[in-house]
Ligand binder design. Sequence first.
Ligand code: GLU
Length: 545
Amino acid sequence: MNYEELANVLYPDVTKTIADLEKMYPERNLGEGVEVTRFAPSPTGRMHLGNLYASFIPEVIAKQTNGVFIVRIEDTDQKRKIENGIELGIADLEHFNYTVNEHPIKGGAYGPYIQSQRLEIYHTVAKYLVSIGRAYPCFCSEDDLTKMRENQERRKEPIGYYGRYAKCRNLSLEEIKEKIANGEKWVLRLKSTGNCDKKFIFKDLVKGTIELPENDIDQVLIKSDGIPPYAFAHVCDDHFMRVTIVTRDDSYISSVPYHLELWNACGFKPPKFAHLLPLNIKDGNSVRKISKRKDPEAAATYYHEKGVPVEAIKLYFATLMNSNFDGWYLQNPTSSYRDFEFSFSKMSKNGALFDLEKIINISKNYISRLTKDEVYNALLQWANEFDQEFAALITKYADYTKAILNIEREQQKPRKDFAKWEDVKASLWYMYDELFNNDSYEWGKINNLDEIKMILDKYFSNYYDINDDKDTWFNKVKELTDSLDGYTSDMKAYKENPDNYKGNVADISTVIRVAITTKSMTPDLYEILKLLGTQRIKKRIELIK
Ligand code: GLU
């Protein structure tokens, strides 16, 4: 067979050669240890945490080695496409502050970064494979293939287009020309040289050495519409984008023998592979992959809208990615995850389970360590997008808001009350007259309005002084308590004989706290009273009826 001629018959319009592509997309000038990684989503739009975790890994590895991180859109399956899918997906990655060096919107020297725009590249490589006798056209119809499969099932033989079943392997050039002239549809298949009785050994960066049967199937490289399925497309793309590490879902591992056969047939040096377990979610008693449809709490927009800081989610990803991250972070609590050295060898082989509670906890800790200015700025940025009314309020009262946010902050053991920016208004609304309402009071043990008013009157007329320091302030609350019939500030005495008393100093503090804020749980009451100021305190007490 004259393969050169066959190549021209099949791809008459392809004028470029592999050598041209090699020149157009030259090897990158990378130093020792520098990695080029990529994330290759379908254009299905908004990301969920599973996608964001899958992109976190190649991004940190690229960044950590001063390498390149690429986002490539794999849109060969047009059914999965949604309108603006590419833009929305990239917007989510950018919101996560991932450093993406090359992507479809931004471009780059190794583009286009959308597979449907790379057909010329695939066809050039396909033509090359035909010209060296490693690929051939197959004219089998769906019907032929179904019959073949049924035959194989009956005989309990492996399923697929291989060996003696690969009948189009044997067509002559004349036969091929005739079929094409008759307008018969064809796909391009690899002519596999593998033997499934032989073992194929390769190394995965996460899983170590893997042994699988060799591929012997003549898989489809280019479909009849000219579009390549995933396997062939990724080989061409990762080669000509000069990717050094392919990170991708674990489900691809069984196809690696086939993929590597392709890499070798094309004469390309294969990259390193890291097959990653997906971020799973618990569903009843079983565990499954995160799904955008079934798991709204896993959507990137959910966190964005609620205001969970991106940094906190990335800290969570870091703990999932490397088991030694937690310990390191405990020792380096003020560091960024970027300071940690991530590695594939420390990746869990058991997979990661999505844990909302852990994200919330990490976020609370993360926010508690921020300064008041950092909290204010991030809160304002979030509010500008999702709660403009609140944004206007905290802009109007910027210093006052910062002072509120600084209560029990910037200290050794900061208060951990916010996990997300929407929590701020929900927990501190009473600090703003514009938001204050006294529809309900969370009175505690002391709930008789006459008694409450008597206590407040006594406290604010005889004891409270806004200029007191905290110790003096608290001593005065104790003095007030002891001056009231049946109450004690002596907690020890109270605990020994609670029945002897109507209440203790905590109950009196609660009266003051609830009177001013309506809430029984607030940050430090001393600070709150000081910030609200005498005028506002007076007005709030007048509201109690
Ligand atoms: N488009 C493929 C997917 O979404 C990407 C696989 C890869 O990263 O190579 O599963």
